[in-house]
Ligand binder design. Structure first.
Ligand code: AVJ
Length: 348
């Protein structure tokens, strides 16, 4: 273990927390790379100054936003989470054959670490390293996991995986593998996704495996329903971004003056989420003033949807070779699959 600086020059802190669980061995090593504070201000102000106003989806995940996201994953309309979990359950043993045992397994955007629970028995990694931007949520989830799997070494890393970071552990003993579930790769514009995948490849080293979940293109109604649930949880999740900005950046967004809007853009093969101003209004953020026309939108999220071949092309452009893909349907079925999980190998 070494003290290290991330590329932004901020030092990281490392400490170990003993959980209060029955097993006294269950502990989590925690590495804080201090993502966001200063960056969020610059990012938000920059995005609001664009002709098409824009906010980054990574800021959805404050404590309340992380809870709302967990609630989205349980919605009947939001098929990705339960479909991906079913794929992991069904094919976990096969996935383990590709990834190999005793790995240092890095999970990008681990959230509540629910999906990895399905895979741990099959994968048996030596070290599990969840990486997430939401610090308290990460700590709680990592501790809960360490309590259920007391022999697993857990190194939790609080970092923004969308900017370069290094693994805070020098580990040459175990092969490195990464898990990037949920189709979060769909949050990146394709060229960004390519650069991101390259970075992950560099982190993994040669022959490193990446297990990545990718939501598939499908009927527009199914896609649009997943982002426009009847209970309005996705709308609350979207609007919570404004509540967070109000609190953390001293802003005065009136949450009743904006409405959630989400649709599928077939030319770009992506779901777009927006917050639309319901009237002309002025908002102050960190001492700056921004005008919204009636009907003007802020673009808050893209969620790209791929075909299996389309994702393979992206992976190859990024220096990975697709090794295997699992979906929610049998190979001989004539039904369309909803979701895919890919095993890619880094060929740099
Ligand atoms: C976590 C990015 C995969 O795009 O489906 C869910 C986030 N946004 N509902 C997605 C999300 C609205 C989710 N990802």
């Amino acid at each position: 273990m070494r003290d290290q600086r991330n590329p932004m020059g901020r030092s990281s802190e490392t400490f170990t927390r003993q959980t209060d669980a029955d097993d006294a061995k269950a502990k989590v090593h925690f590495h804080d790379m201090h993502p966001t504070p200063a960056d969020m201000r610059a990012d938000v102000l920059g995005g609001l100054a664009l002709p098409q106003k824009r906010l980054s989806p990574k800021y959805f995940y404050d404590a309340h936003g992380s809870q709302l996201f967990d609630a989205i994953c349980e919605l009947p309309e939001y098929y990705p989470t339960r479909t991906e979990i079913a794929i992991l359950r069904r094919h976990g043993a096969a996935m383990a054959e590709y990834l190999g045992r005793d790995a240092l397994l890095v999970e990008l955007g681990s959230g509540s670490s629910l999906k990895i629970r399905v895979l741990l028995e099959a994968l048996r990694p030596a070290v599990y390293m969840p990486v997430d931007i939401s610090k308290d949520h990460l700590l709680q989830s990592a501790e809960a996991l360490a309590a259920t799997f007391p022999s697993l070494q857990v190194h939790a890393v609080c970092a923004d995986y969308s900017v370069p970071f290094r693994l805070p552990v020098d580990d040459h003993e175990h092969p490195c593998a990464a898990f990037f579930p949920g189709s979060s790769v769909g949050n990146f514009e394709p060229p960004e996704a390519e650069r991101f995948l390259r970075r992950i490849g560099d982190l993994l080293g040669s022959d490193g495996r990446l297990l990545v979940g990718v939501d598939l293109v499908k009927e527009h109604q199914v896609l649009e329903a997943a982002y426009n649930d009847a209970d309005g949880v996705t709308a609350d999740f979207n609007l919570n971004l404004l509540a967070r900005i109000n609190r953390e950046l001293d802003a005065d967004f009136d949450l009743t003056g904006f409405r959630h809007s989400a649709w599928f853009n077939p030319e770009l093969s992506r779901i777009e989420m927006h917050l639309v101003s319901t009237r002309e209004q002025k908002v102050s953020v960190a001492g700056r003033s921004f005008v919204f026309r009636k009907g003007e939108s802020m673009h808050t999220e893209c969620s790209y949807k791929y075909s299996i071949e389309g994702f393979h092309r992206l992976a190859r452009r990024a220096g990975f070779e697709p090794e295997q893909v699992w979906t929610d349907i049998d190979a001989d079925s004539d039904q369309a699959a909803l979701f895919s999980v890919h095993c890619l190998v880094w060929r740099g």
